[in-house]
Design a protein around this ligand. Structure first.
Ligand code: ATP
Ligand code: MN
Length: 536
């Protein structure tokens, strides 16, 4: 790769000082010296990301150019940006970065050498550099530069765009430029923007150039090298459920699946910390130590002990750590073709069974649907959950049409009919949000472990009335009263109505894909039941 000095010269950046490939201890020291962070009692570096404590999907643009024009699925998710406007804004960012201290790092994304991309990140914040160190794959010192086809991340959180002159929506922006292989980030210090921008690049490069499926999922591996994938939208349990002392962690969020191998894109994890406890999530709790970056948490007053229950800054408190902070992480994050696939959904309506088995058509249907539900915030009087349908369990990160990813998955499932696909509801039971309760993590883990151990291979199954998914009637370690959601509701009529409502939401959402979907996939749809006839 180009020497850093040549790169800065080419960009016309005259840095006050350049820190290259700075070790984590040094970044922690620099952050503290700049009063940008504090240490927790376990040695983690705690920072605040400022105004933005989450991603801003409406400010994520893609430059429309020769490469992307006919490839990208343009719309509200993939918002076009003019190449000339990008060049102008990039020049402004470079001028802004001139005269500042900069942190530069070479790393890469993609554990499989065949499909990896080199990444060079350039930031004005030492702790953002620590994030890049923790989250991307760290090259071995002697092979520092994995090729010269790399992407450059320009990270300027302190720079504010002028929306009118710069053609942005507001002061913050994340812009992908495939021709210049650049990610330009400004106006926001939320580090998830960096991570998910690289994910979006991988979600273009892998399927488009290599016909490899890229996935928003976590992955782990059992004793017999049996791989499990956990798909799901934010907050459904990818990170939590893949951290399992009995299995090796491959990765917690982003993977590729080619013929014969599943591989992580990243070299670290970005775990939610809300209500984190040592008892429920020991591996994640213990990973929060020296070298970990903790975002937007608060301390118990007068101490340096983190109060994970305090969500006064945001509910989206996060810890970023290298994957080897999880004791049983795989050294090289690559595994076999999966044996089990879990679609995680946090169904706040309390309709979907806590675990069920899907036919191939149902698997395709649920993959394209990408359902979960968000519970309302803390506003008084608002108790209705909001349904979310996000194709491929990550629509906001996929530049191509969702059908392209679904077809790649369909082909893989056809080639591997032995793969079990499960739908796990990690959300509500016994009623929706407000009436029922979230299924305990202990039981979700027991259900997943039973599926992984093959304990559900020979039990009786009942099809769910509305969704047709196959519900096991006995799961070791789980009270059987929990397995059929209708049994957990006091008011059966209310359940039937809620199930009809949710089925209708699925059907309405799927309408946009049905023209392109196969008959098999369409047959995976739920049905609306006439509740009155059913009751007779
Ligand atoms: P992201 O894509 O934002 O990283 P994620 O899918 O990795 O999201 P997690 O970080 O695993 O989501 O978050 C799941 C949260 O839900 C955790 O805080 C976990 O403690 C909590 N939780 C409560 N009950 C359950 C359950 N039954 N199964 C899974 N998670 C649960
Ligand atoms: Mn996660």
């Amino acid at each position: 790769m180009q020497a850093v000095s040549d790169l800065l010269h080419a960009l016309d950046i005259e840095a006050a000082k350049v820190h290259f490939q700075t070790p984590p201890e040094e970044l922690v020291r620099q952050t503290l010296a700049l009063s940008q962070g504090r240490l927790s009692d376990t040695g983690a570096l705690c920072v605040r990301t400022g105004k933005f404590t989450g991603r801003s999907p409406k400010d994520r643009f893609i430059v429309m150019d020769e490469i992307t024009r006919d490839a990208v699925d343009w719309g509200e998710v993939n918002i076009p940006f003019a190449a000339k406007a990008f060049d102008r804004l990039c020049d402004k960012v470079c001028a802004y970065l001139s005269g500042r201290e900069l942190w530069v790092r070479d790393s890469y994304a993609g554990a499989d050498p065949q499909y990896r991309i080199a990444i060079r990140s350039l930031t004005e914040l030492p702790w953002a550099d620590l994030f890049c160190h923790n989250l991307f794959i760290r090259p071995e010192p002697e092979k520092r530069s994995p090729g010269n086809t790399g992407w450059l991340i320009m990270h300027a959180p302190g720079f504010s765009a002028d929306p009118f002159a710069d053609r942005t929506r507001q002061e913050n922006f994340t812009i992908l430029n495939f021709t210049r292989r650049m990610i330009l980030i400004g106006g926001t210090a939320y580090t998830g923007e960096i991570k998910k921008a690289v994910f979006s690049v991988m979600n273009f490069v892998l399927p488009w150039y290599h016909h490899i499926l890229s996935m928003h999922c976590s992955a782990n591996e059992g004793k017999h090298k049996d791989v499990a994938l956990f798909f799901g939208l934010s907050g459904t349990g990818k990170t939590t459920l893949s951290a399992d002392p009995a299995r090796k962690l491959i990765g917690d969020d982003e993977h590729g699946w080619g013929e014969g191998a599943v591989f992580n894109f990243e070299g670290g994890c970005y775990a939610k910390c809300i209500h984190l406890s040592e008892e429920k999530e020991p591996q994640i709790f213990q990973a929060i130590k020296k070298g970990t970056l903790l975002e937007n948490v608060a301390f118990f007053e007068g101490t340096h002990k983190v109060n994970y229950g305090d969500i006064s800054i945001t509910e989206n408190t996060r810890a970023a750590y290298p994957i080897d902070f999880i004791p049983n992480a795989k050294a090289i994050s690559i595994g076999n073709d999966p044996k089990n696939i879990f679609f995680l959904t946090c169904d706040a309506f309390g309709v979907l069974p806590p675990i069920s088995k899907l036919s191939k058509g149902q698997a395709m249907y649920h993959y394209v649907s990408g359902y979960t539900a968000k519970v309302a915030g803390t506003e008084i009087g608002i108790t209705e959950p909001q349904p979310v349908f996000s194709a491929c369990f990550g629509k906001v990160f996929i530049p191509l049409n969702p059908v392209e990813y679904a077809e790649l998955l369909g082909r893989l499932l056809e080639r591997h009919p032995e793969i079990n696909v499960w739908l796990a509801n990690t959300g509500w039971s016994g009623g929706g949000y407000g009436t029922g309760e979230r299924i305990s993590l202990k039981y979700t883990r027991a259900m997943i472990n039973a599926a992984l151990a093959g304990s559900l291979d020979n039990v009786a199954y009942q099809p769910h009335a509305h969704f047709g998914v196959h519900v096991p009637q006995a799961v070791p370690g789980v009270p059987s009263g929990l397995l059929n959601p209708r049994d957990t509701w006091k008011d059966k009529d209310a359940y039937d109505e809620a199930a009809n409502r949710l089925a209708q939401l699925f059907i309405d959402n799927f309408a946009q894909y049905s023209a392109k979907a196969s008959a098999d996939t369409k047959a995976g749809a739920p049905v609306i039941l006439d509740t009155i006839t059913e009751r007779l």
